[in-house]
Design a protein around this ligand. Structure first.
Ligand code: SF4
Length: 322
């Protein structure tokens, strides 16, 4: 039986105006997210991957309603949350939390860890001080820190420890969905593995659902059940994780994968070097937005936008080759 989706995104779009001239009139728009649809099942991890500026973080922020979508629909546990009032939104926000790439920037440098972790509990009405203290201690232990860290400030921790604090803070209100935006990109490789393992353990123990955003396919491989690849505001491929890594359909996914190092020295794969830079989302190429860099581009690719469709069981892509 298929598990019902915790979150469902339908035809989501986000445009930002480009203003110019002395009067600051709108002279164009950037389509940061351009008609994407996907869902995440309860307990699942969906990895969302793409180069900087592809719209993956904008997508995460729209789900949390930190950014208003230009159009489209976001449903959480079957309920449309796209146009909730602020009071209703506040209730839903408890259920969805974010882990940031740079935990240092997201932690108030003047507050102790105890205060940082206690704050969301106060905001959401936990009045019993002892109950708050107990919860904070419990959270620290869950993420591998301890009571002795309570009175310290963010600058007194290593990068990995700070990310553990960021994770503890995200867990304070017992959320169902966690959006992790490049949570290990700023960490050393050895620490990355520890934080990824912690996230996996927490998922099992607390029945969490993750949207895991990254620019590197290598990072999301072991944590994701399914992977979506974004290019210039659109999802170009979406499938089970193993399927994406062993049977990528879209030339962009193939190129990204060819850049992921493989530990097996006997297996040499050919690196696909993409020509040119990512085009500006303010002026994306017509037809398939990837045609200016695609090694397989045909005439049709310059004028006809490929439809995002299922090409094998549960494997979706947007490419005229399929
Ligand atoms: Fe390449 Fe054409 Fe497929 Fe786009 S539609 S990825 S340009 S082959």
């Amino acid at each position: 039986m298929m598990t019902e989706p915790l979150i469902k995104i339908e035809n989501l779009r986000k445009s930002f105006p480009i203003r110019g001239g002395v009067l600051g009139k709108q002279v164009g728009e950037v389509k940061a997210v351009d008609d994407i649809s996907f869902s995440i099942r309860k307990g699942e991890t969906l990895g969302l991957v793409g180069e900087s500026g592809c719209g993956k973080s904008t997508t995460g922020r729209m789900i949390l309603r930190l950014l208003e979508p230009s159009s489209g629909k976001i449903s959480f546990e079957g309920k449309d949350i796209t146009s909730l009032s602020n009071t209703e939104l506040r209730k839903i926000r408890k259920e969805m939390q974010m882990i940031f790439q740079d935990p240092f920037a997201s932690l108030n440098p003047r507050h102790t860890i105890e205060k940082i972790l206690e704050e969301p509990l106060i905001v959401h009405g936990v009045k019993d001080r002892n109950a708050r203290k107990r919860k904070v201690k419990e959270l620290l232990e869950i993420v591998g820190l301890n009571e002795s860290h309570l009175k310290r400030y963010p600058h007194q921790f290593s990068g990995g420890q700070r990310q553990r604090i960021g994770i503890a803070r995200a867990l304070t209100l017992n959320p169902k969905l966690i959006i992790a935006d490049e949570p290990v990109s700023a960490l050393d490789v050895s620490i990355q593995a520890q934080v990824l393992n912690l996230l996996k353990d927490l998922q099992k123990n607390f029945d969490l659902t993750y949207l895991f955003i990254a620019h590197d396919l290598g990072v999301v491989r072991h944590i994701s059940d399914r992977v979506g690849v974004m290019y210039l505001g659109r999802i170009v491929e979406l499938a089970d994780s193993e399927e994406v890594y062993t049977n990528p359909k879209h030339p962009y996914t193939q190129a990204l994968l060819s850049a992921v190092p493989i530990p097996d020295v006997d297996f040499q794969k050919e690196r696909i070097i993409l020509q040119g830079d990512v085009p500006s989302p303010a002026n994306p190429p017509k037809g398939c937005a990837f045609h200016t860099r695609c090694p397989y581009a045909m005439d049709k690719c310059q004028s006809v936008k490929p439809v995002f469709k299922e090409v094998e069981n549960g494997h979706f892509t947007a490419c005229h080759l399929h």
